[in-house]
Design a protein around this ligand. Structure first.
Ligand SMILES: C[S@@+](CC[C@H](N)C(=O)[O-])C[C@H]1O[C@@H](n2cnc3c(N)ncnc32)[C@H](O)[C@@H]1O
Length: 446
């Protein structure tokens, strides 16, 4: 006979204690919770994604696997109480939102100092921390600049049309940073058009916003037309500044900033509110299934893999992934508009080998990784990137260095689903042949 659950539900003060312990690291059970989350945090990438650095999306957040341990740690402090997983997860979201803010409001230099130590293979000619940072920035910048310029190509003609029709246009940029998404858009306007544009820049980091505003005024946008708002995406629903934008935006844009959110629907709903009728939302982000879980398994040919990779269906049967693993599909998505995504396997290969480079291992290591990956796929063996990196770090002649790596990129299907869930229907998702990791979304408000 099944044992009856005799544990009592949480009352308000217990719930508050769970939040105090997880979000603030204070009070009953907090020491054990912190130990759990921090021990995950101290390990180099990709375990660094766990715990308080929970900036990976909910759907692929393999930090969820800590929920049972957190529950038992808190259970000791609250004997006889049942702590639902949903309460623990909600508190983990809150903790991660606070972490975003902390991370993005510190300067890159401080972020670098705080980053965990990872043993890396020094690259010839790239020895000092400064040089390594420059190298890393170069690799990332190439992709970001490419995506931002494509984004600007799509937005600027529409802005010009609106200015011609209405005498002015309003643009909102989410996660502006130092302005790499918004500036290429404005640079495509002529001097006169630049004077007729109103821009709202939104970011959690004020320091970068100041830079972006200054750069925009330098290229001819009147200073009174540029508003810089400090808003954390995590709190958009309650933000008065965001509410004030209701029905005001002709175009909303975002470049590489929305993957920092666990619940995309929240921000998409606000975008829907901000847009005028016939307004557009055009944004881009990284998209690939590589961070679904620590260990990736390839689903059989013709199997249909679920969006989060936790299961697949094949010949009428459903196969679920074990803990810590996820499936990757072999299917090549069908073309739709200019959408030309490659298979999930090749996206995972591209992303993981990019990280081998970003960790500053030499090109030869990247080639070796690709060969290893191909052999694993051919023999049907799982891909465990973390243990691959651990072996690489042990065998390679290495020097201690500091590097910060933690990302949680979302699959395009997740964004599309969240867009629909928020009342916005995506028109087309574009991938570019130059990089199948950069997905571009175009949405029109009807
Ligand atoms: C990778 S940068 C992209 C900046 C710029 N759009 C570009 O393309 O270079 C991501 C930006 O998102 C902002 N960001 C991250 N998390 C955020 C949050 N929770 N709320 C608001 N902004 C956030 C960061 O401060 C950062 O400026």
């Amino acid at each position: 006979m099944r044992k009856r659950n005799t544990r009592k539900p949480l009352n308000t003060s217990d719930k508050k204690a769970v939040f105090e312990a997880i979000v603030k690291g204070k009070g009953r059970g907090s020491r054990d919770v912190n130990n759990l989350l921090n021990s995950a945090g101290k390990r180099p990438y990709p375990s660094f994604m766990l715990g308080s650095k929970a900036k990976v999306p909910r759907e692929s957040y393999y930090g969820w696997k800590l929920v049972p341990e957190i529950r038992s740690a808190l259970g000791k402090a609250m004997p006889g109480k049942h702590i639902p997983g949903s309460v623990i997860k909600e508190a983990l979201y809150k903790r991660s939102a606070a972490e975003y803010e902390k991370e993005w409001t510190t300067s890159p230099k401080e972020r670098w100092k705080k980053a965990p130590k990872v043993r890396i293979y020094p690259q010839k000619g790239v020895q000092t921390t400064k040089q390594r940072m420059a190298q890393w920035a170069k690799d990332i910048t190439k992709n970001i600049n490419f995506a931002n310029s494509k984004n600007a190509e799509l937005i600027s003609p529409e802005l010009k049309r609106k200015i011609a029709k209405n005498g002015q246009a309003t643009l909102v940029d989410l996660g502006t940073g130092a302005g790499k998404t918004v500036i290429p858009i404005i640079e495509r306007l002529n001097t006169n058009q630049r004077k007729k544009i109103s821009i709202t820049l939104i970011d959690v980091s004020v320091k970068d916003l100041k830079t972006a505003k200054q750069l925009l005024t330098e290229i001819g946008v009147p200073s009174q037309n540029v508003k810089a708002l400090k808003v954390n995406f995590g709190g958009v629903e309650k933000s008065r500044a965001i509410k004030n934008l209701t029905g005001k935006a002709d175009i909303v844009t975002a470049g590489a900033s929305l993957h920092h959110l666990s619940k995309s629907e929240t921000i998409f709903r606000q975008v829907n509110n901000m847009l005028k009728q016939d307004g557009s939302f055009k944004f881009w982000d990284w998209s690939h299934p590589a961070w679904r879980a620590g260990t990736l398994k390839i689903a059989p040919k013709n199997a249909r893999v679920s969006i989060n990779g936790r299961a697949y269906s094949y010949k009428g049967e459903i196969m679920r992934a074990e803990r810590g693993t996820a499936f990757v599909s072999q299917e090549i998505p069908k073309g739709r508009g200019s959408f030309k995504a490659r298979s999930e396997i090749s996206q995972v290969r591209e992303m993981l080998s990019t990280w081998v480079s970003l960790l500053n291992f030499p090109q030869a290591e990247r080639t070796r990784f690709n060969k290893w990956f191909d052999r694993r796929i051919k023999s049907g063996k799982p891909i465990n990137f973390e243990s691959y990196l651990q072996k690489l770090e042990k065998t390679a002649p290495s020097k201690p260095a500091q590097i910060e790596i933690m990302e949680g990129h979302k699959l395009y299907k997740l964004y599309e689903r969240a867009l629909r869930g928020s009342g916005l229907a995506p028109n087309a998702t574009r991938f570019y042949s130059e990089s199948n990791l950069l997905a571009h979304y175009e949405v029109k408000k009807k």
